[in-house]
Design a protein around this ligand. Structure first.
Ligand SMILES: Cc1cc2nc3c(=O)[nH]c(=O)nc-3n(C[C@H](O)[C@H](O)[C@H](O)COP(=O)(O)OP(=O)(O)OC[C@H]3O[C@@H](n4cnc5c(N)ncnc54)[C@H](O)[C@@H]3O)c2cc1C
Ligand SMILES: NC(=O)c1ccc[n+]([C@@H]2O[C@H](COP(=O)([O-])OP(=O)(O)OC[C@H]3O[C@@H](n4cnc5c(N)ncnc54)[C@H](OP(=O)(O)O)[C@@H]3O)[C@@H](O)[C@H]2O)c1
Length: 459
């Protein structure tokens, strides 16, 4: 058996945990893993992306907790790559670095008026209702009658559902308190979800679509008329299932006094208008045309519609953020790699959304992490010919911990995170909710502080 490799994984979403788990399962070489996370909390989008009304999906965090119990695993929160530590510093101290950074930014519509108040990215809205500490102060104007969500993926459906669902149902979830409060004062009667192409081109999944039909006090409308009159022959099974669900939902009679969730296809926003804040949206009506490869694309027919709306949420995709010194593909929004190894870089690897781009569900990251770890072990393991300076140095874990504490005196360790977790769960018990989230970094750090060992910053 070969002495331990010590690997830093940066980012503690699903891909970071799955990469750690796969590394820890190796026995030749044995691997130690330090996971570094910029927030004081782990789990990435499982905590701050997955919708609060999907508690079963969030329970994958139990698996991450089990991984974290491994004796060769350590988690350090509140340490931001590029702010508290640099790539070079990590490379000097660890045998390899795996970037599991996710996709931290959003795509734009690139239309006039996008900068107006009331025009926001789904990334921010999702972070806001999930209590991500970067978004508690987001202003979400819900005083108009209509809100628009642009995009036909699962994120668009999550946001639309959260804007429609009665607060009486949300207040049993772990939604952030500030969001609950703002949503309880919402005047929105209609949430309009815009797809630039047709219902057969939408990227959402059937379960998420069906859920729309189950929201209390909400009727679903599909527009324009006739858009579901598509022959099913030759369509992939998932598309056929989606169309069947849409037809079922659309056939239901509309009730008086309900909120409306309108799925309008073949429409693209071409301008947001208003004085200082969004008041109207100008829509282009699209036709579907096939490109040379046979892919159906939206083409502006020239016809226009103008609708009133006080809020426009663009759910048109997340996008990765470059890491200084590493290559980056700005179109796909990810770091180019060869089976997980960063192109042109030794001992640096990627997993998850920063590797593949912002698509795929939680489970997709497991297989993806296996590929990256296989590459890493082939590069650095026995027979690779690589000479690792730290291998066999029993003091290295302690030195690394001391170094990290000097870089970030308010480092949150696993003990600190457990203190946060316990405080949130206890607060939740009283309200019959899974947890009440702490949403300000200062409160999260204060909750962690008591559990951290004193004097830890000494080298
Ligand atoms: C709104 C939304 C809802 C979703 N819902 C579901 C669902 O219901 N079911 C499902 O299966 N999938 C769902 N997904 C998809 C799933 O969340 C992703 O597949 C998965 O989270 C991607 O994992 P990741 O580790 O690559 O990224 P992330 O989960 O984003 O984790 C990245 C981590 O890196 C950290 N980080 C970033 N930059 C730095 C830095 N500089 N230094 C240190 N740390 C850093 C971040 O804080 C974060 O913790 C959803 C996605 C979104 C956007
Ligand atoms: N419950 C769940 O399982 C769940 C929940 C949330 C997210 N997720 C997963 O997370 C991943 C990301 O989801 P996502 O919804 O962000 O991405 P997505 O599935 O790629 O959807 C993006 C949507 O935005 C549209 N779009 C892009 N640019 C546009 C523009 N300029 N104007 C109008 N529309 C535009 C796309 O339309 P085109 O197709 O025409 O490009 C597409 O409908 C997906 O894999 C998703 O399944 C899963």
């Amino acid at each position: 058996m070969v002495d331990a490799l010590h690997v830093a994984v940066v980012g503690s979403g699903p891909s970071g945990f799955y990469a750690a788990d796969t590394l820890l399962a190796a026995d030749d070489p044995v691997v130690r893993v330090d996971v570094l996370e910029r927030l004081p909390t782990p789990w990435g989008l499982v905590r701050s992306g997955v919708a609060p009304d999907h508690p079963k999906i969030k329970s994958v965090a139990d698996t991450f907790d089990q991984i974290a119990e491994h004796e060769r695993f350590r988690w350090y929160g509140n340490v931001d790559l590029g702010v508290d530590v640099t790539r070079k510093e990590l490379l000097q101290r660890y045998d390899a670095v795996i970037y599991a950074l996710g996709a931290q930014s959003d795509r734009h519509l690139e239309v006039p008026g996008e900068q107006l108040l009331g025009s926001v990215a789904a990334t921010d809205v999702v972070g806001w209702y999930n209590g991500h500490p970067h978004y508690p102060d987001l202003e979400l104007p819900l005083h108009g009658e209509r809100a628009v969500v642009v995009g036909n993926g699962n994120v668009a459906l999550d946001v639309a559902r959260m804007l429609c669902t009665p607060v009486a149902d949300l207040n049993r979830t772990d939604i952030a308190d500030h969001a609950l409060e703002v949503l309880s004062r919402s005047s929105v009667r209609e949430v309009l979800v815009l797809g630039r192409r047709g219902p057969a081109q939408a990227t959402w999944t059937t379960l998420e679509l069906r859920e729309l039909g189950d929201i209390d006090g909400v009727d679903v409308v599909v527009e324009p008329p006739g858009v579901l009159d598509i022959a099913d022959d030759g369509l992939p099974p998932v598309v056929r299932r989606n169309l069947a669900s849409l037809r079922t939902i659309a056939d239901r009679p509309l009730r008086a006094g309900t909120r409306r969730l309108v799925l309008r296809f073949l429409r693209s926003p071409v301008a947001l208008r208003g004085s200082g804040h969004v008041e109207q949206v100008e829509l282009a009506c699209n036709d579907l045309v096939a490109d040379d490869a046979g892919r159906l694309l939206a083409r502006d027919s020239g016809a226009r519609e103008v609708i009133d709306a006080g809020l426009v949420v663009r759910a048109v995709g997340y996008v990765g953020v470059p890491v200084e010194g590493l290559p980056f593909d700005p179109v796909a929004g990810h770091i180019p790699h060869d089976e997980g190894r960063v192109v042109g870089h030794e001992r640096e690897y990627v997993v998850g959304w920063i590797k593949r781009g912002p698509t795929g569900v939680i489970g997709t990251n497991k297989k993806d992490a296996r590929e990256t770890v296989r590459r890493l072990l082939a590069d650095l393991g026995p027979g690779s010919g690589s000479r690792l300076d730290g291998a066999g140095d029993g003091d290295r874990p302690a030195r690394l911990a001391a170094w990290l504490h000097t870089k970030q005196p308010e480092l949150v360790t696993d003990a600190g995170w457990h203190a946060i977790d316990t405080a949130e769960r206890l607060a939740g018990e009283a309200q019959e909710r899974p947890r009440v989230k702490l949403v300000h970094t200062s409160d999260l750090l204060a909750a962690a502080r008591g559990a951290e060992e004193p004097g830890r910053a000494e080298p």
